[in-house]
Write a protein that binds this ligand. Structure first.
Ligand SMILES: Cc1cc2nc3c(=O)[nH]c(=O)nc-3n(C[C@H](O)[C@H](O)[C@H](O)COP(=O)(O)OP(=O)(O)OC[C@H]3O[C@@H](n4cnc5c(N)ncnc54)[C@H](O)[C@@H]3O)c2cc1C
Length: 337
C-alpha cells in the first residue's frame, strides 16, 4: 500500500454550467467519512467558467476545492477529465476518492482506477469507515442483489467507489462557511482528446418525478388489492407527494414499474417516506433508507421495515388508511388551522 495518502475527496459534477446536486450529496457522504477519519474533505471540480460557482461546495461541506477552469472542459471528454483527475490524485494523494454513479462518475472512475492501479467498487448503497483499520467500507448488492456485500480495498490507494445518486441527502448549507480554493492549470497537451463532442441528449427515461418528490407514499403487498392503491393516491395528493411501490406489487401489475422503489427500481431520498404494507426487504430498503423521516405501517410487529422506520404503526393498513384520510380531510376543512 502506498504511504502518505490522506484525506477524503469527492468528484464534483457540472451540469448545464452549474454544479449538480449529486456533488452536494457526495459531500454529505464525504463528510461522514472524513469526520470519522479526522481528515480534510476536498472536492475536485472540472469545467469552464465555474469559478463563481465553487463557493457553494464550501457551503455544503468541502474544506478544500481543487478546480480546473478551462474552455476545453465545457463538455465531458472522458480522456481529458481522467487525465486531469489522475494528475491531481498523483500530486495530492487522497486516501479515498468517491464519485456519483451517474454517467459522468461511471465513465471516469473505471478509467481512473485503471490508471492509478487501484480498485473500484461501483454503485455502492452505503459507505462507512472501519475506524480501527482506517479503511473504507464499501457496501453494494452482490450475487444478483440477494446479499449486501461490504468490500474493502486494503492494499491500494486511493480507495475508490461510486455511490448511487440520491442515496443520501445533502447537508444543510452553511452560507458563511469558507474553504481553500486551489485553482490548477495544466499544459495544452492535457486537453487533447480522441473524442469530439457533438451534442448532449438527455435520456428522458432516466429521471422520474418520484425522485423529485418531498413526500412518497409507498404501498406493498400488504395493501391486499390493486384497488386499495386508490387510498395511497388520495393520501399522496393530500400531502403533495407521489406514490411509490415495492417490486412485489409492480410484478403483480398493480402499478407501473416507474413507481418501483429499491435496488432494481428508483433510489429516493424524500423528506417523508411512508411504507405501507411493505415488509422491508433489503432490496427495498436499498432504495429509500436515506429518506429523512420514515413512517411504516405494517401488521407484523417484527417486519424488518420497522428497523429503519422513525415512526412505526403496527396495525391493519386497510383500517388505518381510511381513518388517516378522514382525519386529514377534516383538518383540511378546518379553517381555524
Ligand atoms: C435482485 C432483486 C432485486 C429486487 N429489487 C427490488 C426492488 O427494487 N424493490 C423492492 O421493493 N423489492 C425488490 N426485490 C424484492 C424484495 O426482495 C421483496 O420480495 C419485495 O420488496 C417484497 O415486497 P412487499 O414488501 O410488498 O411484499 P411482502 O414481502 O410480501 O410484504 C408484505 C408486508 O405487508 C404486511 N401486511 C400484510 N397485510 C397487511 C395489512 N393488512 N396491513 C399492514 N401490513 C400488512 C406483511 O406483514 C408484510 O410485512 C428484489 C429482489 C431481488 C432478488
Amino acid at each position: 500500500m502506498g504511504t502518505g495518502y490522506e484525506g477524503v475527496w469527492t468528484l464534483g459534477e457540472i451540469r448545464n454550467g452549474e454544479i449538480s446536486s449529486v456533488s452536494y450529496e457526495l459531500l454529505a457522504w464525504g463528510k461522514k467519512l472524513s469526520d470519522k477519519l479526522g481528515v480534510k474533505l476536498s472536492s475536485i471540480v472540472l469545467g469552464s467558467n465555474i469559478k463563481e460557482r465553487i463557493e457553494r461546495l464550501f457551503h455544503f461541506g468541502a474544506d478544500v476545492v481543487y478546480a480546473v477552469d478551462h474552455p476545453r472542459l465545457e463538455h465531458f471528454l472522458p480522456d481529458v477529465h481522467a487525465r486531469i483527475c489522475e494528475a491531481l490524485v498523483k500530486e495530492y494523494k487522497p486516501e479515498i476518492l468517491i464519485a456519483s454513479a451517474t454517467t459522468y462518475g461511471r465513465t471516469i472512475m473505471p478509467i481512473l482506477a485503471a490508471k492509478l492501479e487501484t480498485g473500484l467498487t461501483a454503485d455502492c448503497t452505503d459507505l462507512d469507515i472501519d475506524t480501527k483499520e482506517r479503511i473504507l467500507l464499501q457496501t453494494r448488492p452482490a450475487i444478483g442483489g440477494n446479499v449486501m456485500a461490504t468490500i474493502k480495498t486494503p492494499n491500494h490507494r486511493p480507495q475508490m467507489a461510486t455511490v448511487r445518486p440520491r442515496a443520501k441527502r445533502p447537508l444543510n448549507p452553511d452560507r458563511a462557511r469558507k474553504g481553500e480554493l486551489i485553482l490548477k492549470e495544466y499544459p495544452t497537451e492535457f486537453y487533447r482528446s480522441q473524442y469530439r463532442w457533438i451534442s448532449f441528449e438527455k435520456d428522458e427515461s432516466s429521471d422520474s418525478p418520484i425522485q423529485e418528490a418531498d413526500v412518497i407514499v409507498s404501498g406493498g403487498k400488504g395493501m391486499k388489492d390493486e384497488k386499495n392503491f386508490e387510498m395511497l393516491y388520495e393520501l399522496a395528493k393530500m400531502l403533495d407527494g407521489a406514490v411509490g411501490a415495492s417490486r412485489a406489487v409492480v410484478d403483480m401489475g398493480w402499478i407501473p414499474y416507474s413507481h418501483q422503489i429499491g435496488l432494481s427500481g428508483k433510489t429516493v431520498s424524500p423528506r417523508l417516506y411512508m411504507a405501507i404494507g411493505i415488509s422491508g426487504a433489503v432490496q427495498h430498503i436499498a432504495g429509500m433508507s436515506s429518506s429523512e423521516i420514515i413512517v411504516a405501517i405494517n401488521k407484523d410487529p417484527d417486519a424488518p421495515i420497522f428497523k429503519v422506520a422513525d415512526f412505526g404503526i403496527v396495525g391493519d393498513a386497510l383500517e388505518i388508511l381510511p381513518a388517516l384520510l378522514k382525519r386529514l380531510s377534516s383538518d383540511e376543512g378546518d379553517t381555524d388551522g
